[in-house]
Design a protein around this ligand. Sequence first.
Ligand code: IMP
Length: 497
Amino acid sequence: MAYIYEGVSRTFSEYLLVPNLTSEKCIPDKINLKTPIVKYKKGETPALKLNVPIVSAIMQSVSNDTLAIALARSGGLSFIFGSQSIENQAEMVRKVKKYKSGFVPSDSNLSVNDTLKDVLELKNKVGHSTIAITEDGTSKGRLLGLVTSRDYRLSRDSVDKKIRDFMTPFNKLIVGKVGITLSEANDILWENKLNCLPIVDDNERLEYFVFRKDYDDHKQNPNELLDSNKRLVVGAGINTRDYSERVPALVEAGVDILCIDSSDGYSVWQKDTIEYVKKNFKDVKIGAGNVVDKEGFMYLVEAGADFVKVGIGGGSICITREQKGIGRGQATSVIEVAKARDEYFEKTGIYIPICSDGGIVHDYHVVLALAMGADFVMMGRYFARFDESPTKKVKRGSNYVKEYWGEGSNRARNWQRYDMGGADNLKFEEGVDSYVPYAGKLKDNLDVTLSKVKSTMSSCGASSIEELQNTARMSIVSSTSIVEGGAHDVILKDHDF
Ligand code: IMP
């Protein structure tokens, strides 16, 4: 007969935190959200830490280069989705690593033979009016001039007028040289009363722009997650099949950390993948998962995983539990794996960070996951709602929504994520194709989430994640008290009579 666990498996909304003494030492401004993401020995500093305990899911509809840049600038990290060609994924990683805060690659270029009509069309498409005119019309061509709205007058100029006849030519532009620092570039902008400064290399090829309007924006990102060369940190998802080609390409592109993306990580193929990476790329960090119990956790740790991801079936787009009857309540999974991690730490002095993946619905769920022993959380639905996610924003009725689909849906066709060791083993979906409410910019939303996270931690008397893990108290709530948790027994003012 099967082994039957005692007790039911539980999820986040079944728990509430009980306040501890709040004092000056844990007011929100003093709370430190830094957290390890890779294993380390007691007394040593982890090779990689997050500035905020949040990463974005390894999904087509979530983690591309644009979202990765926005999240790393806010202190978290994205794992660029692996369900795409190796070249495309490596290119996304490269774009994040090349991104320099304040140095913006040109996104709108024309050549001298194009016309004012082309300028107007491009301006409409990109939503701003600074257009680089390059020798070959590409973003990295030799810079021949610049067109902004100050260079033409619609009431006077014909739309057929050639750009060469009205652009500001290179010899009249003030430019910066590659290698210039952001503060030097800003000084030039201010001294010359410019709105933008093109940055060119020794052959006058355009590399970036620095914009005056971005000045304050850069000062507002004190949490940026940077490597030792001041480049943004980025991760990438891999699978258990094509790793011997994918991993070298990602490493070459500058990836900082890998994670095997799988709905069920307790498999020999994960072990093979980790062993390949550790043998061929000694310094490359790799996370593995997903698991939901001590056995799965220990298997991946012994295979050499640098962190372990926890969660099966709790994702908002996930139908694994319905389709296969496999999974476990997210809270119970995190609690059991965290216990195993702590025992392992006690025994060996090696700390393995764990990531709670999927099923975060409310901001306080992040704190619950951390209090239960997770070191950071992974979210998909949360990020899919933002401007920076790769999916289409569409209008439904009077509201805007964004598309969000699972990696196991027909739309993503990421069957490698469900590796059972056969060639073509999946004939059914484990995820759905859906919409989520559109919510605006990542930074604005994340700022609110982090402020709520800090406020909850403050009530728990914790000034760091480690302290929260060691001192938080929580209790299971009854279904009646869940009803009590929302507004009740009042008539809400927006209610229709
Ligand atoms: P969410 O934050 O609740 O939306 O969950 C995101 C997580 O769901 C991801 O990080 C994956 O672990 C998981 N996931 C992604 N796609 C699928 C799928 O198609 N089926 C099941 N789980 C999925």
